[in-house]
Design a binder for this molecule. Structure first.
Ligand code: ADP
Ligand code: MG
Length: 152
């Protein structure tokens, strides 16, 4: 795929910055003027979920740490990679299950939502090392095969 534009941001793991990341990515995505309102809403929602996870679960509220968001706009869609160097997960498959949460006051639906709304959703994580979430949304209902592999 041909990259049209790319923006990388790094910000402190503060709850205030969830809103910042959501708006910044939406603004970046809006460079494509054929995006629908639904596309933008989906992107905002998944960025909020992924960044919240990095702050709440990855760093357990340690605001001295940083979350990075790396966005690339392609002809075919937008890719957003959210990364933390926090505590990571032992079992990613388990964490992706609907209603799975390790936090007593949460719903465990963030990853389910990301999976449902994105064309491609990948999570890689290592205990004690951190977590990397790849979110790809194809524009105009195109398939999500940005790397040649077919994935749901
Ligand atoms: N960045 C992350 N670092 C560490 N653990 C994570 C991260 N993101 C998700 N998790 C784990 O996956 C679980 C499920 O995440 P999610 O589906 O967003 O639900 P919730 O945030 O409501 O718990 C979390 O409860 C947590 O245990
Ligand atoms: Mg969550």
């Amino acid at each position: 795929m041909h990259s049209i534009n790319r923006v990388k941001m790094s910000f402190q793991a503060r709850p205030d910055n969830v809103g910042f990341a959501r708006v910044a990515v939406a603004c970046f995505a809006s460079q494509r003027d054929d995006l629908t309102v639904d596309d933008i809403e989906d992107i905002k929602l998944v960025v909020s979920e992924a960044v919240s996870n990095a702050i709440i679960h990855g760093y357990s509220g340690d605001e001295s740490k940083y979350v990075t968001v790396d966005c690339t706009l392609y002809d075919e869609g937008i890719e957003v990679v959210v990364e933390d160097q926090g505590k990571g997960m032992e079992d990613v498959d388990k964490a992706r299950e609907p209603a799975f949460t390790t936090h007593p006051e949460r719903m465990g639906m963030g990853m389910t939502l990301m999976e449902a709304l994105m064309t491609r959703f990948e999570v890689t994580s290592q205990l004690g090392q951190g977590t990397r979430v790849v979110l790809f949304k194809a524009f105009g209902g195109q398939g999500g095969t940005d790397d040649g592999t077919d994935q749901e």
